[in-house]
Design a protein around this ligand. Structure first.
Ligand SMILES: [Zn+2]
Length: 109
């Protein structure tokens, strides 16, 4: 096995946090989109003014080059928020660790 003694602490800790995240089963490649809309009921206050429109949360992602969105039911928002943040954190940690080795090319004697 190759030695990693020259791996700086920040890269080691990024990779160790990444392993920890990947132990969790759920992650979702998406970003959050917040939208306001009227519900369509004639007597709802949202029919009177735009400021009373209802707030909905969507996740959006690009799939095969096409954007797509999905409404997240209110009761699932907290859960889906964890999936998305897990993915985003994993991606950023992977980039941190992966960038380090750019400078390693040609540095060993
Ligand atoms: Zn309404």
């Amino acid at each position: 096995m190759r030695h990693h003694s020259n791996q700086p602490a920040r890269v080691r800790s990024a990779l160790s946090r990444l392993r920890q995240i990947l132990m969790e089963p759920e992650l979702l490649r998406a970003s959050w989109v917040q939208m306001k809309h009227p519900c369509g009921r004639a007597y709802c206050r949202c029919a009177k003014a735009k400021k009373h429109w209802h707030l909905s949360w969507y996740v959006s992602q690009s799939k095969n080059g096409k954007p797509r969105m999905k409404c997240v039911p209110r009761e699932q928002i907290e859960e889906v928020r964890r999936w998305v943040s897990r993915y985003q954190e994993a991606r950023s940690l992977l980039a941190q660790a992966g960038d380090f080795y750019w400078d390693e090319i040609g540095q060993r004697k």
